[in-house]
Design a protein around this ligand. Structure first.
Ligand code: UD1
Length: 336
């Protein structure tokens, strides 16, 4: 199958899970936010050579070449920009890239009669929910960033293509907060510059690269005053893709377009996450309470019963092991 953005954080972990499940993968990536070493990591873990094409999925003719050179009937589309703050500052960069690349993929899937499209969506589509946990039926809220808007727009594009075209089926997986790394510590998240996300900031602080973690907001209406999120181990998340692909290629979809929440179903506060990181890794983290971050929601976590029952998938890894894997990866990257 084709994996666009397969050199990225979630893409690499998903390639490993797909190969372990017996699927062949072709990775297309332009390394805009990843490195060739990530592909090497996948090869080391799986003991397989990865078919790789360095192509920008926004370049439809280059992407057509990939379709002509490789046989596959399924695409998993990860390739996208994902920095929320940057998307507010440079909306056109996000709309051009994230929408063009996805529409190119959909157009070529249709043109070449390749039926199965899996799209990486996000819990960001739920915004600040009225009721928790969120189910797939919970209303989407107006996006608060161009990044979030591209997730909603790509969901709509996929839904409309599935309904309009006989030969196209789609699944959107709405990820909650993916964290951690493969237990081998050979692949993981490689943020460029100052991390926006919590766990990379924590591990870089523990490694001495950042001086101090700011906890954004301690006055939220939660038990300890910090935000609640649903942190899912990236290997569990990767396995959810395999389950979704099994459903598609096994002809088990009930609708032409389906959506699944992919989370643990358990809310964890920022403070609880920081304390757990300190405990499992036996270290003290330099952190301070700071003002709220603009655009953050207070609480969001998943109702995962649909994915549990329909995909036969469940997040299995504990927060302890996930945060140990995150630190093991940071130490590997920094040679600590
Ligand atoms: C963010 C994006 C979301 C995107 C997801 C991808 C925003 C507003 N949302 O989700 O659209 O899909 O990343 O992974 O950016 N925190 C700190 N200190 C930090 C960093 C984060 O306290 O240095 C807190 C945040 O306030 C939040 C929690 O940690 O409560 C998680 O933050 P983060 O990892 O950035 O994820 P989200 O904001 O949930």
């Amino acid at each position: 199958m084709l994996v666009s953005g397969g050199a990225g954080y979630i893409g690499t972990h998903t390639c490993v899970a797909l190969i372990e499940a017996g699927y062949d993968v072709v990775v297309v990536d332009n390394f805009s936010n990843s490195e060739a070493s990530a592909i090497k990591g996948v090869e080391q873990i799986t003991g397989r050579d990865i078919a790789f094409e360095q192509v920008d999925t926004c370049d439809i003719e280059a992407l057509r070449g990939v379709f002509l050179r490789h046989e596959f009937d399924t695409v998993i589309h990860f390739a996208a920009f994902k920095a929320v703050g940057e998307s507010v500052a440079e909306p056109l960069k996000y709309y051009m890239n994230n929408l063009t690349s996805f529409m190119n993929v959909c157009a070529l899937m249709k043109e070449y009669g390749r039926p199965n499209i899996l799209f990486s969506s996000s819990a960001t589509v739920y915004g600040e929910p009225d009721a928790l946990p969120v189910t797939e039926q919970s209303p989407r809220q107006p996006a608060t960033s161009p990044y979030g808007n591209t997730k909603q727009m790509c969901e709509d594009i996929l839904r409309d293509c599935c309904h309009a075209y006989d030969g196209v089926d789609g699944i959107a997986l709405r990820y909650f907060n993916p964290i951690g790394a493969h237990p081998s510590a050979l692949i993981g998240e490689l943020p460029r510059g100052v991390p926006n996300n919590l766990v990379p900031f924590i591990t870089q602080t523990a490694a001495g690269i950042r001086e101090c973690l700011s906890i954004f907001g301690s006055d939220y209406p939660t038990a300890d005053g910090t935000c609640l999120r649903d942190y899912i181990d990236v290997v569990d998340l990767a396995e959810a893709h395999v389950a979704a692909i099994n459903r598609m290629v096994g002809g088990k979809m009930e609708e032409k377009y389906e959506i699944f929440n992919i989370g643990t179903g358990r809310p964890v506060s920022v403070l609880e996450l920081v304390n757990t990181f300190e405990r499992v890794n036996g270290l003290k983290l330099n952190y301070k309470m700071a003002p709220r971050r603009t655009g953050d929601v207070c609480s969001v976590w998943a109702d995962t019963s649909l994915a549990n029952s329909e995909l036969g998938w469940k997040a299995r890894r504990s927060l302890d092991e996930t945060l140990a894997s995150a630190w093991a990866w940071e130490k590997h990257v920094r040679n600590i």
